[in-house]
Design a protein around this ligand. Sequence first.
Ligand code: ADP
Ligand code: MG
Length: 328
Amino acid sequence: MPIGEFELIDRYFRTAASCRSDVLLGIGDDAALLAVPPDRQLVAAIDTLVEGRHFPVGTAPHSLGHRALAVNLSDLAAMGADPAWFLLALTLPRADEDFLAQFARGMHALAQQYEVQLVGGDTTAGPLSVTVQALGLVRPGEALRRSGAQAGDLLFVSGHPGEAAAGLLLEMGGVEPPAGCDENLTALLRQRFLYPTPRLALGRALRGLASACIDVSDGLAADALKLATASGCGLRMDVGQIPLSAAAQAVVGPEAALRNALAGGDDYELCFTVPAARLAELPGRVANVKCAVTCIGVIDSAPGMRLCRGGSPVAMDVAGFDHFRSRD
Ligand code: ADP
Ligand code: MG
């Protein structure tokens, strides 16, 4: 007999290690009761992953559990918040216990790593879709926003954007790696799509220094433009400065690697601005953060985005992902 709804919640979600003393009441009642310290603001984010839309049909459930939480922690990272709790709304076609066991393991492993606790959710039958709501804490006034950049601020990105898009192409069989291509490279790219790392340490390190910040989920160009527009500005980005991944260049070629970096999604890197006068503070702030940060452009006062290489303008179609305008 298939497992019932309440048994399922108990077995796979309730028994997960509770790691936080600020959870006054967790899974099992009508709602969770959480102690928000008096000197903190609550930061809330929610994201849904739909099968066939945000992940290919047949994606390993362990990866799905990780990603559903990781993409939400990435939003908290972009706000400079400390993650604390999360809720899970899970819609499943069937109560498949192999699926649930793997899914829960992927999710709980990431939750433990960052000491965030699952405190509630909802479980329903229907087409596979996973919604996570993440809750975090920040000191009043310290949250990073998209809207604080000013003309002259320098624009940075973490990591190597475009790796996840190359990994997704590999997952979908949409690219044939060149003959003799090192399998470690293709494995790394797949890993970047299937197991994104939320840049929480970087977000924390940027509190009080970055003038604006966004996480890159829809493509670097689209998300950098969102940041600039929210700040009432525009930007110039030097495509020659984008820290392209050696692995992506080897697997999909340099041109596609650049296009993926600009217009591919799912990187979950941080794109942020630093006032030019405070640039000298950045290396010390990021010294202990385990990802590179690279200057890729500058905020200016004219709206829109101008791409250049060195001093010369370049023309490229870099529209990011938009659910209601997608070209697929
Ligand atoms: P209600 O009917 O009051 O919405 P439910 O019966 O749906 O409550 O859920 C019972 C308890 O289990 C609640 O505390 C809820 O937050 C929790 N819960 C339900 N589904 C999940 C899930 N997928 N992950 C974590 N907690 C869940
Ligand atoms: Mg319910």
